[in-house]
Every structure is written in structure tokens, then in C-alpha cells.
Design a protein around this ligand. Sequence first.
Ligand SMILES: *Cc1c(COP(=O)(O)O)cnc(C)c1O
Length: 496
Amino acid sequence: MYLSTRGGQAGLSAAEAIKTGLADDGGLFVPSRIPQVSQETLAQFGTMSYWERAAVILAPYLPDYSDGEIRAALTAAYNTEKFDDPEVAPLRSITADTAVLELWHGPTSAFKDMALQLMPRLLSQALRKTGEKAEIVILVATSGDTGKAALEGFKDVPQTRIIVFFPHGGVSEMQRLQMVTQEGGNVAVVAVKGNFDDAQNGVKEIFNDRAFNTALAERGFRLSSANSINWGRLAPQIVYYFSAYADMVRLGNVAPGHAVNFVVPTGNFGNILAAYYAKRMGLPINRLLCASNSNNVLTHFLRYGVYDRNRPFHTTLSPSMDILISSNLERLLYHITGGDCAQVKQWMEQLRSNGRYRVRDEDLDRIQEIFWADWADDAVTLTTIKEVYEEHCYLLDPHTAVAWHVLRQYREKTNDATPTVVVSTASPFKFNASVLSALTDGKQADGDEFAMLRQLSENTGWPIPPALATLAQKPVRHHRLCARDDMKAIVQDILS
Ligand SMILES: *Cc1c(COP(=O)(O)O)cnc(C)c1O
């Protein structure tokens, strides 16, 4: 059963929590009990495929889904048509005590695919289970990565449509091409004349427009979002921590039952929170290292217990971590306080009104037993990419490079020798300009996106991910461009 972190709703089934997304008191849905995975079960993971591992981890979180439904969703999400590596989330051993978990073998070359390949299928099943008659229309405003991953995830999923808005001129050329060439019978992509905030505000206005929503309901449509606070996006991420551990054991990097650390490039706190659930479920995890870029609001919080969003926003080379409000932290606060909804609600109200809150010393102690935090700026990010490539012939994207740097800092400051998994969230090819610039000290040849992909591949011998390599040949299927004030009309037009 699921309940709201702020106490206003309880007793929801998994299907209801996934369909609803956000609780009506503004809180996030959390499971009322955290299932346990035994060492015996874990020992069997070594010979299982990714989807079989996922079935074991997810079934207790989805008690209202049948085994057949779970299997159907998992095998449709995690297969070699969707992922360019048969292991789905392969672990690469770099040194005796450091491995990399590659979460970017999905259709959009970034880790959002791990959740967004599965969540739409769980949602579609949830609609059936709850007797929902309306067709769900997913609205997304994107600064790049999430939009494409959501399009790929919702493409041709029954009883759903998806409309993605991106800022015209405000995403990289690669990201734009990924979106405007999107295939699928239920997808639409619209460029908005404005920046990301304009697109996001436009979407929010559409959600909040009662009359518009009523009119849509009469035509059999119901609006929803696919953002990362939905439990259906969080749960799939727990799986790969178990999977990585099983592979650490299989490769001999850790003895069965012994602990590992994970270092996670963090933005909205969803990925690292999934690791926290894995630990609470019994996975032998020693520390979780939270890696941030110059938007280091989480570093400060995890060190001092003060969350303060009143700080300048930095645009960095790791854009998916450019975030000042890490929504999923609310779930951690709920669990750390032993489910004190009133306290969580008070902090969230302080965050909304003053932009800051401070947790109590005992809360901070509990958090610091598990979490450690540091950050890297852009200059350090680039030198880390170069150093790691020269030392290990391993290519990091800028987000993962931030994590690598934080791991080095951690080892220097703590002398902890626990084997550690670096969670890699994007293919280096997705951020080809930054990675090339790092390798060549800023002297890379000028050229278009595809020339850069080829140059990076030629310089390193690494293959270009198939979905990026074939993008140049794909026809543009989406041509819509609209003014900021016309977004509602465009939605109406698309749905008619
Ligand atoms: C979304 C994203 C992140 C941040 O993950 P959170 O779950 O928001 O903390 C990190 N790296 C990449 C490449 C991402 O796309």
C-alpha cells in the first residue's frame, strides 16, 4: 500500500499511486513497508537476465499486478531491440576496487530510459486495473533529455498519448533531431518560441486550467505527467543496484555479502534515492556518495543539514544535474524521520515560503550514516574526463565525470577502501562536444554533430550508439512551432 509523505492520503494500491503520480496534498507516494531481499535470493541473481532480476525486485512493490503482467511489461521494456547491450545495464570493471555501471544502453543513450521504458507499461496496465476509461495525455516540457526518453517510452503504448514541448533554439542540435524524428502513432513534438521556463510554465497553466481539463474530459482525455516524482519511475531504478551488486560478485570485485559503495551523479535525487531503497531492502551497501555539479545545494544539505535554494543557478556541462529543487529528497526525509509526515510537511512548507529548511541534528546523523557528498565544477569535470581516459582508456560523459571526481575526493578524505561502483548516467557520445573538448584540450575540429560523433569514435575506437548514428538519415516528422501563448490551442488541435 502507498501513502503520501505529507500524510494526506493513504491506502492506495500500486496501480493507483502510479496513475495518480503526485498525492493531492502535494506529497509524494511512498510504500508503507519496504520489502526485504534475502542473501539467498541475491545469490541466485548471478545467472539471471536483467528482466528476471527486475521481476524479483519489483513484484513485492506491485502486489496488485499479476506475475504475467509484470513479466509482459519487463520483457517489452528490457530487451535487445530497445537496449544495445544484451546485459541491459552492464557493469565494467575498471580497477580492482572501481567499476562503472553503464545505464545508457537504451534508445536515448541516457539513464532516464531505465525507468521510462518500463513506467508507461506499468501505467497502461494501471489504467486497465483501475477501470479508467479516459485516454491519458502525457504533457512534458523538456530541456532536452527527458522529452526524448518519455517519447520513446510512451511510443505506441495503449490508451496513452504524449505531447512534448521543447524551447525553440534552446536544446542541442542532437537533442532536437532526436525529438523531431520521433516515430509512433500517439506522439507529438512542438517547439515553443521561448525558453525552458516558458515551456514549463505553459504546461503548468494547461494542467491548472479547470475549464480546459473539463472540456478534455468530456472528449475522453485526461492529462497526466511523466516526471520523476512518480513512483512508477522510481521503482524501476532500484533494480539496477541489485543487478550491479550481483555483477560485482560475479566478476570477483566483492565477496558475497560484503559491502560496496555507489557514487551517483545527482540532480532531482531520484537515482540515488533508489539506491537508498536498495540498501533498506537488504543490499549490502556501505556508503552512498552524492555527486553534484556547481549547483551544489545537495552537497551543502548532506554536510550541514540545511537545504537552501536561495543561490545562483549555474548552467553547466552536466545539464541534467542543473537543478536547485531536488524533489525526491522529500521521500528520504519521510523515511529518515521514521514516517513523520507532519514534520516533512512543515519542512516542505518552509521550502516553499522561504526557500530553505533545516533538519534536526538526529536526522542529520541518520542521513550521514549513509550519505556522503561532494561536487565538481566544469573545469574539474573536463580534466577528469581526460585523466580517466588516459589512465584507463575509459570514456566518461560529463555527468559521470562529476561522480568520478567525487569518488576520488571521498577516498582521499576518508581512506575508505570499500569497492565502489560509479553509476554512469549518459553515453559520452550524447555530450560529444564536451567530451571531445576535454580529450583535445579544447582543440577539437569544428564540425556538425555527426562529424563530432565520428571524430570521437575515430579518436577512441569506441562505437557510436546505433540510435545516434542513424539519426542523420531519419526523416523529420514533427514540424510544429508555436508561440508561448498558443500551447493550449496546440494541445486542442493535436487531440482533435
Ligand atoms: C536525470 C539525469 C541525472 C540526475 O538524476 P536524478 O535522478 O535527477 O538525480 C544525472 N545524469 C543524467 C545524464 C541524467 O539524465
